[in-house]
Ligand binder design. Sequence first.
Ligand SMILES: *[C@@H]1O[C@H](CO)[C@@H](O)[C@H](O)[C@H]1NC(C)=O
Ligand SMILES: *[C@@H]1O[C@H](CO)[C@@H](O)[C@H](O)[C@H]1NC(C)=O
Ligand SMILES: *[C@@H]1O[C@H](CO)[C@@H](O)[C@H](O)[C@H]1NC(C)=O
Ligand SMILES: *[C@@H]1O[C@H](CO)[C@@H](O)[C@H](O)[C@H]1NC(C)=O
Ligand SMILES: *[C@@H]1O[C@H](CO)[C@@H](O)[C@H](O)[C@H]1NC(C)=O
Length: 487
Amino acid sequence: MLLLLAFCFYLRFIQVTPLALDPCSAYISLNEPWRNTDHLFNESQDKPMCDNHLNGEWYRFTGMAGDAMPTFCIPENHCGTHAPIWLNGSHPSESEGIVQRQACASFSNNCCQWSTTVDIKACPGGYYVYRLTKPDVCFHVYCGHFYDICDLMECGGTCLDTGDCVCSSGTVLGPDGQTCLDENECELDNGGCSEICINLKNSHRCDCGKGRVLGKDRKSCEDIQGCQNSNGGCSHTCAPLGDSYQCLCPRGLVLSEDNRTCQVPVLCKPSSIEVAVPKDLVGGLELSLTNSSCKGVSNGTHVNINFNLKTCGTVMNVVSDKIIATNLITGMPKQTPGSNGDIIIRTSKLLIPITCEFPRLYTITEGYVANLKNTPLEIMGRNRGTFPFTLEIFKDKDFDEPYRETLPVLKLRDSLYFGIEPMMRVNGLETLVESCFATPTSKNDEILKYYLIKDGCVSDDSVNINFKGSSSPTLQVPVFQFCRQTT
Ligand SMILES: *[C@@H]1O[C@H](CO)[C@@H](O)[C@H](O)[C@H]1NC(C)=O
Ligand SMILES: *[C@@H]1O[C@H](CO)[C@@H](O)[C@H](O)[C@H]1NC(C)=O
Ligand SMILES: *[C@@H]1O[C@H](CO)[C@@H](O)[C@H](O)[C@H]1NC(C)=O
Ligand SMILES: *[C@@H]1O[C@H](CO)[C@@H](O)[C@H](O)[C@H]1NC(C)=O
Ligand SMILES: *[C@@H]1O[C@H](CO)[C@@H](O)[C@H](O)[C@H]1NC(C)=O
């Protein structure tokens, strides 16, 4: 019997998380003095720090790092790094348990250039623990802050002798009854702002989205009417176009999705990320990635940097339905031969964050008769990037020898052995076969489908699914026949 079936698999990368202990006792202390908001980062003296060793554990700020994360915007070049991370939201009370808050990294006058979610818990004893994930890019650091200790109430003639603390305006008493935490004015009525409210230490300010500016009242936002106003919101050139205007980019750069910001072109391939930086933009700078041994190569017009998901310090992150790979290109002046190797001059800085997004869900389909080539199956995606998988049918349950040159001729009660393997493994992620169905012809979009796996569960008792190694599912399926007559 010749198989005239098509099998279709839906695969999703799932996150593997370890078992949880009580975070109030099982935490890791962050106590580095440079982590404190009072620590200014001076580029000519220090190397920027990066929290890329954090891995989703629970952390507590102690010692010279501070007591808790700041809940107001920290400007760039604080906390020992370029982009300090602060908490956009209030600390919880003990009774609230574990809460989620947005954490923002500020950079180039944007208080929330990058953001992530952190879990926070108020512990008995008046301290907080935070579940912190690895930032997408370097150089980002989670900040600690020393909060003020409240003054004992100065008793005039009228007060009761309770010994209660009083915090100054703009701050509220923390759970330990001593620390004055910042009051987040933005949580009440968005701080009166019509768009973005930014909490500052003991105060707040309003801001507007791209292409809009703050009005005279400093609260509402107005549209930018043309290029004369804030350059039309364009990062580079603004040019009038009929009644409106458009943003233009210098040669070699491309407009990003917001139609206003120019960016370097990035090509996201599963085995390589290719960045071409126009030579005009970098001048005499030498470009390197987070791992500084990965350097750019000049071809006269461009400096090209090629790397992949596993090399050069690339950070992988999972955000809802996407896998995001990031790295950072840094430009430094070249060291001239003969100069003292110890002295480096950092006259100008060039930082280009590189991001590639890959979907987490994949459809793999094997029109079995038509496709018996020894080539990996390439899955087409939209213009972002996808990971390829191989799908092979093996001769027996050892999954060693695939059918390649010859078509298998199988009888009912024989078994089919499927092996699915992602060509690119992502640490901390496993592949889940979400569904698998067969159709009676070599097309996978037939109306008649028979599900072997549905919603991650085996829906036919005879199917045997196994995980050989860490993330390559194998499937054993007894041969079956569709009752309908096929031609
Ligand atoms: C950074 O350090 C250099 C060298 O010690 C010093 O001259 C400069 O003023 C410092 N810059 C800032 C912003 O503190
Ligand atoms: C902080 O969070 C609020 C509420 O989620 C949001 O509206 C605001 O834009 C955030 N602030 C910044 C600076 O992004
Ligand atoms: C950018 O421009 C394109 C083409 O003119 C348009 O389809 C798209 O909606 C614009 N995007 C934004 C964010 O304005
Ligand atoms: C940086 O990359 C080089 C060459 O690829 C590698 O040998 C080295 O271990 C990497 N360093 C770090 C800190 O990852
Ligand atoms: C240099 O590299 C860029 C990007 O890969 C390419 O577009 C350009 O044609 C190359 N220039 C030369 C002179 O080879």
